[in-house]
Write a protein that binds this ligand. Structure first.
Ligand SMILES: C[S@@+](CC[C@H](N)C(=O)[O-])C[C@H]1O[C@@H](n2cnc3c(N)ncnc32)[C@H](O)[C@@H]1O
Length: 305
């Protein structure tokens, strides 16, 4: 059985925890000196691929600040533990009004510890900001959220990832993907995981078809390899942008099906096919499935997933 992935302390939409093994295997087929991730989000992919050298960027300054503070040692597991214990006690006794007090405090003067607290106690672990850049996710209605076991779990995550970060040469930057990709050089491997077009409209995460086209144009001109994550299809529709942007023999589309849950019941499992698009061939020995390459790295047959 493969090792469980290293889980970061932050949750975000589109987190790729379930795909890190496949992305890692695709990355391992390439010789690269630096990993560049212009939409690093929770950083779960870099934390599991563990490249020696990396440039990890995202437009969300709060995510980047948290990782920079873990890297510099300003945010330690011990600090997070005492903060979450203390704030968790207040949440337990004061409930909902306390969550909103922390949210107001964070929006007036953002800190990484408040960000962590909100990320782990808001509704569904969603990360969303309004058009003025204010965190606006409602309360998750779990006053017991920061029970001892949960605080220990988060602090262990911080301890483990700070060990990984301190053993590597990584740079974190709060920048737009266009700026990050200007720095791409031969010898880099880019992993790009943009938001899904049209799905979010939020300060850090608005993503239009024009952004998608810009990204495709930039990726096509890179002096190095890239892996682009996107969705391929679900039971209702297909991603037309794949054909529009990537229907060219220089690019390879690898597919992987997984199920996401809507609601609490197993019956509400919905299949989603994820795509990894690369500008290099990952496994020449594998048979082509029509014009798409089937991702050969299933650990279980698709039907069983
Ligand atoms: C799908 S998420 C990435 C998830 C990440 N791979 C993970 O597993 O956690 C997309 C990320 O893109 C960031 N983003 C949105 N627009 C951006 C832009 N123009 N430039 C850079 N990052 C952007 C968002 O803040 C978000 O963190």
């Amino acid at each position: 059985m493969s090792k469980p992935p290293l889980v970061p302390p932050l949750k975000c939409q589109g987190i790729k925890t379930k795909l890190v093994a496949e992305i890692g295997r695709v990355a391992q087929t390439q010789d690269f000196e630096r990993w560049v991730e212009p939409f690093c989000g929770s950083c779960v992919v870099a934390l599991n691929v563990q490249p020696k050298k990396a440039l990890l960027s995202d437009s969300n300054i709060h995510i980047i600040r948290l990782y920079q503070e873990i890297q510099s040692g300003n945010l330690t597991a011990a600090l997070a533990k005492s903060f979450l214990e203390e704030e968790g006690n207040k949440l337990r006794t004061e409930g909902e009004p306390y969550y909103y007090a922390v949210r107001e405090r964070f929006n007036a003067s953002p800190t990484s510890l408040d960000f962590l607290f909100l990320n782990r106690s808001c509704f569904n672990g969603v990360m969303r900001f309004n058009r003025s850049g204010k965190f606006n996710v409602p309360y998750g209605h779990k006053p017991q959220r920061f029970a001892q076991a949960y605080v220990t779990k988060i602090t262990n995550q911080i301890r483990r990832i700070s060990e990984v970060i301190s053993s590597c040469d990584w740079t974190f930057a709060a920048t737009d993907f266009r700026q990050t990709l200007k720095l791409a050089a031969p010898g880099d491997l880019i992993y790009a995981d943009p938001p899904y077009a049209g799905r979010h409209v939020d300060y850090f995460n608005s993503w239009s078809e024009a952004d998608e086209i810009d990204l495709a144009d930039i990726l096509k001109q890179l002096p190095c390899g890239f892996i682009l994550s996107t969705w391929h299809s679900n039971e209702f529709r297909k991603n037309a942008l794949i054909e529009k942007n990537w229907d060219d023999s220089r690019f390879h589309v690898l597919l992987r099906e997984h199920f996401y849950h809507v609601g609490s019941s197993e019956d509400l499992r919905h299949p989603m096919i994820e795509a990894l698009i690369t500008n290099f061939s990952v496994h020449a020995a594998q048979p082509e499935v029509k014009e798409m390459e089937q991702l050969a790295f299933f650990e279980r047959p698709v039907a069983a997933m």
